[in-house]
Design a binder for this molecule. Structure first.
Ligand code: HEM
Length: 341
């Protein structure tokens, strides 16, 4: 079973040698809000028409912002990182969604402090914790068998909602009205007196079991596919938590506004031209990308466990990841105003 062989844990052999790459994920995460600020400075408000040069610069800046979580995930896969450094890297992989969660919580508590300041302090604290708290290196394959199965079974159920929800957002490509019409049909089930509590409970259970599994797997270096699975799961745990906080607490309870298309796209300013809303773009894009590619990762493990050839399972996974990127891009361009009629 070549796909299950583990990389050698070299962190124990490093001894007291300083790991210069260990704090890099926190550094990248700290840069993230400033990249979004730079993007906004380039594109300006809706009233302004940016020059072609500003558009090129803004595009490059956004690409670098998207690069931050992937850079962190790459560092989470280093065989010579100690467990604390690895967990810091996994945490930094959640940067786009954690920054949205922070912004919403800041608004909920009427914080007078700028998001960037709180964010930077938070990352310094996480970075220090990652290197000072005891993170004992564990076995490469932790004993999580029962939890993996339960997590996979709930994922299969929740994927019914996710499939509908993302298909609903794809209708945004045709226009806000078709999007609203499809949402109205889905709400009969997922916002019903029985459906909604069940959905929320299942999501919370998924977050809990997912974070538990991620904690256990992150104690040791893993190969590429497992690292991606853990990192995408970590992102999703925070994404779903933050997303439900935005929908249930911030929008419906705190602001008392409907959670419709206008809420999703940050109307009237939209996702691109608003200094706050731009953070929603990578958050949503990677939420869609990681939920679909995380499901593809789970499917890969199930297939291999049932005797499917590792190479074939990996190729299917690759196709799943490519499809996740295409679906994510389609939803996001629709939310940015592109329509296909
Ligand atoms: C582009 C990406 C996404 C956007 C724009 C988006 C937007 C929304 C909106 C507008 C609602 C409120 C729905 C309503 O009022 O009926 C909602 C609810 C919800 N979304 Fe998403 N979503 C996205 C992706 C996801 C993903 C990837 C997940 C899960 C992994 C997710 C999980 C949920 C859940 C659990 C609810 C609560 C449903 C309820 O109202 O009971 N969303 N989302």
């Amino acid at each position: 079973m070549a796909a299950f062989t583990q990389p050698r844990d070299r962190s124990a052999t490093i001894g007291l040698r300083f790991d210069y790459l260990a704090p890099a994920p926190a550094g990248a995460a700290i840069c993230y809000p400033f990249l979004l600020r730079a993007f906004h400075a380039m594109v300006g408000t809706q009233a302004a028409t940016p020059s072609p040069l500003a558009i090129v610069a803004a595009t490059l800046i956004l690409i670098v912002a998207f690069f931050v979580p992937f850079f962190a995930i790459a560092l989470a896969g280093r065989p010579d990182a100690n467990p604390g450094a690895r967990r810091l890297a996994y945490a930094a992989g959640t940067t786009p969604t954690l920054f949205v969660l922070l912004g919403v919580v800041q608004a909920l508590i009427h914080s007078p402090l700028p998001d960037e300041l709180v964010w930077s302090v938070l990352w310094l604290v996480i970075a220090i914790w990652s290197q000072t708290a005891g993170h004992p290196a564990a076995t490469m394959r932790p004993t999580v068998g029962r939890w993996r199965i339960v997590h996979g079974m709930t994922a299969a159920l929740l994927s019914l909602f996710v499939t509908f929800h993302l298909a609903n957002h794809l209708f945004g490509l045709i226009g806000p009205e078709p999007h609203a019409a499809v949402m109205k049909i889905g709400r009969v089930v997922y916002r019903s007196g029985v459906g909604e509590p069940l959905l929320v409970a299942a999501m919370l259970f998924q977050i809990g079991t997912g974070l538990f599994l991620a904690w256990r797997w992150s104690a040791a270096p893993q190969r590429f596919h497992r690292t991606f699975q853990v990192a995408s799961g970590a992102y999703l745990s925070l994404y779903i938590l933050g997303h439900m906080n935005s929908v249930f607490i911030y929008a419906r309870t705190f602001l008392g506004i409907p959670t419709d298309w206008n809420f999703a796209i940050g109307a009237p300013t939209g996702l691109i031209h608003d200094a706050w809303n731009i953070r929603l773009l990578p958050h949503y894009a990677l939420g869609v990308f990681f939920v679909l590619s995380h499901l593809a990762s789970g499917l890969r493990v199930v297939l291999i466990a049932h005797g499917v050839n590792g190479g074939a399972a990996n190729r299917l996974w690759g196709a799943g990841v490519a499809a996740s990127a295409v679906i994510s891009a389609a939803i996001i361009v629709g939310m940015c105003g592109v329509q296909v009629r």
